[in-house]
Design a protein around this ligand. Structure first.
Ligand code: SAM
Length: 285
């Protein structure tokens, strides 16, 4: 059997398990590349070759896990974010493409002089994707990255080391910014914002495998966002920015929250490729 034929059979197994066509295609290929240790370019040129002797056994075991709806990123232990490869584990949320909007917004607002020193905070750092991406984009930035989860912070520390920015990121286990007394030019966060009642509507991969503490923000989804916006306003330097991701349909609530938070003004809203409002850009006034 060729690699391609084995992957086609796996794709069908994943379709039969209820996984959508595009996702089944992507997962089958990514897991093949993972087992082979190949990048996409090599896969596309060489996947018509006969499969190596141990491939089928190893690959089919991973496909069985994926068919049981374990996310591909937890099986491979890797996820791309901002063109960087991050270690992920079930202790952390798998970084999503829409969270890159925060890095884009930071570049838009601070990119004119990337060599200036900057104090940045990343609240709820998870695998550290935002803290690391920002530290890489702003070589003179010092970042404080907080999380309530020790296990997530361990993953984030390893990612900072892997990407050569560990000396500029201070990781702290705390609630939001409790105990952090400095002020910042930029505070970013992708807080847990899913309503508790929306749990049954989540994809199986998310509901059964991603950490609840990274997903749910209480009954309204807004528990942590509200604490965070309130605390962060007092931790910004004059003119500093607070950039926060929020959930589908929460844009009006975010605007109301910012409007009643003294010292903070809404200055922009970023939308994802589907046109859904995702990121609030606010400024200390
Ligand atoms: C939605 S995930 C975001 C992770 C990462 N920043 C990203 O964008 O992929 C939210 C993170 O906030 C953390 N978290 C939850 N409650 C928290 C709290 N009260 N204080 C600090 N971090 C918290 C979770 O452990 C989780 O890592």
């Amino acid at each position: 059997m060729t690699i391609q034929e084995r992957v086609a059979a796996a794709r069908q197994t994943l379709r039969d398990a209820g996984i959508g066509a595009n996702e089944a295609e992507l997962s089958a290929r990514m897991l093949a590349q993972h087992v082979l240790g190949w990048d996409a370019a090599r896969y596309f040129t060489a996947s018509n070759e006969p499969e190596p002797s141990t491939f089928a056994q190893r690959y089919d075991a991973l496909i069985a896990r994926r068919a049981a709806r374990e996310p591909t990123a937890y099986i491979t232990g890797r996820q791309e974010f901002w063109d960087l490869s991050f270690e992920v584990s079930p202790a952390v949320l798998i970084p999503r493409p829409e969270t890159e909007l925060i890095v884009e917004a930071a570049l838009e607002h601070f990119g004119a002089d990337r060599t200036r020193s900057m104090a940045v905070a990343d609240v709820g750092t998870g695998c550290g994707c935002l803290a690391v991406a920002l530290a890489r984009e702003f070589p003179c930035a010092c970042v404080v990255a907080t999380d309530i989860s020790d296990a997530a912070l361990d993953v984030a520390r390893r990612n900072a080391e892997r990407h050569g920015v560990a000396d500029r990121i201070r990781f702290l286990r705390t609630n939001v910014l409790d105990g952090v007394h400095q002020t910042f030019d930029l505070i970013v966060a992708n807080p847990p914002y899913v309503r508790q009642g929306d749990r049954p509507a989540l994809q199986l991969e998310v509901r059964e495998h991603e950490p609840s503490v990274a997903l749910f923000g209480g009954e309204t989804g807004f528990d942590l966002v509200a604490t965070f916006v309130g605390q962060a306003a007092g931790r910004l330097r004059p003119g500093g920015y607070l950039m926060c991701e929020f959930g589908f349909g929460q844009d009006v609530s975010v605007e109301e929250l910012v409007a009643k938070t003294s010292g903070l003004a809404m200055v922009g809203l970023r939308r994802d490729l589907q046109g859904i409002a995702r990121t609030a850009i606010t400024q200390r006034v």
